[in-house]
Design a protein around this ligand. Structure first.
Ligand code: GAR
Length: 183
């Protein structure tokens, strides 16, 4: 049985959808005040939070993450709104076992503002991508992606909401396809 951990920095709606369907060993947040930690409490999922600024450098911060992952014998790390670039310490220990969700149809609109950037560019469609994490920014091998149309009557908010709905469906599908067992 594959054990998963979820990393999230803020709201945690993707985490919640995952945790409702799959056993999540723990959720990690790089912000101690992130709303995802409240969701974890509600769902009775173990959570950890610490911040990069509490460490000497990123290598030490990521070494603490590697330790957590090893302690819990995690097979797959699911990034879901984890807004840091994965550095070499975490990558060298877990490359090939970290996936990320991105709210655009990569390689279109990489980076921290995939939804807004697609909206500003006036695209007729954007999408959602789940990919393996490598040392680039949103460059790893794509596992699965889905198109999401922008409708004539859309506002940024309604467009964003449709992207998020597509994210929730795609994350569950990809976890199924990677052989993670549901609850
Ligand atoms: C999601 O839309 C996710 O794709 C995005 O952050 C949001 C987190 O929402 N991630 C990135 O932009 C990574 N580059 P959530 O915290 O409610 O799941």
């Amino acid at each position: 049985m594959k054990k998963i951990a979820v990393f999230a920095s803020g709201n945690g709606s993707n985490f919640q959808v995952i945790a409702e369907q799959f056993p999540v060993e723990f959720v990690f947040s790089d912000h101690r005040d992130a709303f995802v930690l409240e969701r974890a409490n509600q769902l009775r999922v173990k959570s950890y939070a610490f911040e990069l600024k509490e460490f000497e450098n990123k290598a030490d911060y990521e070494a603490a993450l590697v330790e957590l992952l090893q302690e819990h014998q995690i097979d797959l790390v699911c990034l879901a709104g984890y807004m840091k670039i994965v550095g070499s310490t975490l990558l060298s220990a877990y490359e090939g076992r970290i996936i990320n969700i991105h709210p655009a149809y990569l390689p279109e609109f990489p980076g921290a503002h995939g939804i807004e950037d697609a909206w500003q560019a006036g695209v007729e469609q954007s999408g959602v991508t789940i990919h393996w994490v490598d040392s680039g920014v949103d460059t790893g091998k794509i596992i699965q992606q889905v198109r999401v149309p922008r409708l004539a009557e859309d506002t940024l908010e309604s467009f964003e909401a449709r992207i998020h709905e597509a994210e929730y469906r795609l994350y569950l599908e990809v976890l199924d396809s990677l052989g993670v067992d549901r609850k």
